[in-house]
Design a protein around this ligand. Structure first.
Ligand SMILES: [Zn+2]
Length: 455
């Protein structure tokens, strides 16, 4: 084990601790005149160890007893090289830290005594370059802010275009996702927009999925919405078979993420396609399913029972929404398979509300902390076990979308980690691939050694 650790540490070429708050955005020119990326945080550690926390979100082993499923693991988390190197027995951690210090490798122990450690959140629906615009140019929503995404506990996001596929472009979205990746998040994207024929980066849906690593599938393609292009059944069949085959060839999940509106046609076309073809239901990923009234919630129930995957848009508290929390409570009571549900924020997307004649009555914007707020609400107000409440933004989306090394805390997984205050579940630390993205505001970096010490 020790040799393995030394070997692992010695091959780390980039394992620096960076602080969002302390980052210097100096532009440095090298001798060739090329612009260099901003330097990492001035102190670097080859390992970070979280000691004393309660760990949730580990992969469930086959022989786990039901009563143990929701119990936290008392393990110390060792991060190195962007991954979780070890989930260590706390009794062994002090000796381990000393041995690393003796080896002159740098190690940063952080005491998070009794605080809650969960996987970084995965958000499948983020309008990373803004969205909206339904009320004319002034109503375009702004581009995402890295600091807001991090404060929302998001370490993996899937970017999306939305209604406007003309003045917002996929190339701009792709570049934004690369930029956020540089800053410590893990990013993917959906190609296309609301409408058909879909906009693409390369000229075809299949090429986008197959040739561009960040593209997981297409979305959000609008169905049964007054802003939809009302695709025909045959057009949908074609797209679904294209995305399925491209997914197979690329090793991705190959799905179409459908934006659902509130028109009475609901998901009728998709049921028909399921009846008429052999395209598996797994390639149709429906979103906003809890936000459009009881009829669509009933469809969500049927869809989940048929083996399909539904995404619920997190409730916007400023609009006094409770639909998603209510639906989750209801579906849990009905013992539906909750693994087939994800929750996303719809961050930076517009939230227009219309009256029955289609007239706009209010206009607001989703924020990236809504997924974390959903977890807080489920646990603090509705007494859900932490383990169950986090699945919608950790294990479930990572597993469904085949995001390797995401969504769980275990050795070999990416060190995307969220440390939450045990009392109010507010984020204390956020780690993206082993880098510190957020620290509590009251901690200065030079205090780390003082607050941590030996466990
Ligand atoms: Zn949408």
């Amino acid at each position: 084990m020790q040799n393995l650790l030394y070997f692992f540490a010695s091959i780390i070429f980039y394992c620096s601790v960076r602080s969002q708050d302390h980052r210097q955005y100096r532009q440095v020119h090298d001798a060739s005149g090329r612009l260099q990326p901003p330097p990492p945080f001035n102190e670097s550690y080859q390992m970070i160890v979280l000691t004393g926390g309660k760990v949730y979100g580990t992969p469930v082993e086959a022989n786990t007893a039901t009563e143990d499923l929701c119990m936290p693991h008392r393990k110390d988390v060792v991060m190195a090289g962007g991954r979780i190197l070890s989930m260590m027995e706390p009794s062994k951690t002090a000796a381990f830290i000393n041995s690393i210090r003796d080896s002159q490798l740098t190690i940063l122990p952080i005491s998070v005594q009794d605080q809650i450690i969960i996987p970084g959140l995965v958000d499948v629906h983020v309008h990373a370059i803004g969205g909206g615009g339904e009320q004319g140019p002034y109503s375009r929503t702004p581009e995402s802010h890295l600091s807001q995404l991090i404060r929302g506990g998001l370490t993996t996001i899937v970017g999306i275009l939305g209604t406007d596929g003309v003045t917002r472009s996929l190339s701009s979205l792709l570049q934004k996702m690369k930029s956020l990746e540089h800053d410590g998040l893990s990013t993917w994207m959906w190609t296309g927009s609301y409408r058909i024929p879909i906009v693409t980066l390369t000229g075809s849906l299949q090429q986008d999925v197959l040739l561009i690593d960040k593209v997981l599938g297409a979305g959000e393609l609008a169905l049964s919405d007054h802003r939809s292009s009302w695709p025909s059944k045959s057009e949908l069949k074609q797209l679904l078979s294209d995305v399925r085959v491209a997914g197979m060839l690329s090793g991705k999940s190959g799905v179409i993420h459908f934006h659902m509106g509130s028109a009475p046609t609901k998901i009728d076309l998709l049921w028909q396609i399921l009846n008429e073809t052999t395209i598996p239901i797994q390639h149709m990923y429906l979103t906003h399913m809890s936000s459009r009234g009881d009829d669509l919630i009933a469809e969500a129930r049927k869809w989940i029972k048929a083996g399909g995957m539904c995404d619920f848009t997190a409730d916007a508290e400023m609009l006094n929404e409770t639909d998603t929390i209510n639906t989750l409570n209801k579906f849990r009571a009905e013992k539906l398979p909750l693994k087939q549900i994800t929750v996303s924020s719809d961050a930076y997307g517009s939230f227009p509300q219309y009256d029955s004649s289609g007239r706009l009555i209010s206009y607001s914007m989703g924020l990236p902390d809504l997924t974390l707020r959903t977890i807080q609400n489920l646990v603090l107000k509705h007494s859900w076990p932490v383990e169950e409440a986090i699945q919608f933004s950790t294990a479930n989306p990572a597993t469904y979308l085949n995001l390797k090394r995401k969504g769980f805390l275990a050795e070999g997984y990416d060190a995307d980690i969220l440390v939450l205050n045990q009392t109010d579940l507010s984020p204390l630390y956020v780690f993206g691939r082993g880098q510190i993205l957020k620290t509590p505001t009251w901690i200065k970096h030079d205090m780390f050694e003082h607050i941590s010490g030996s466990p």
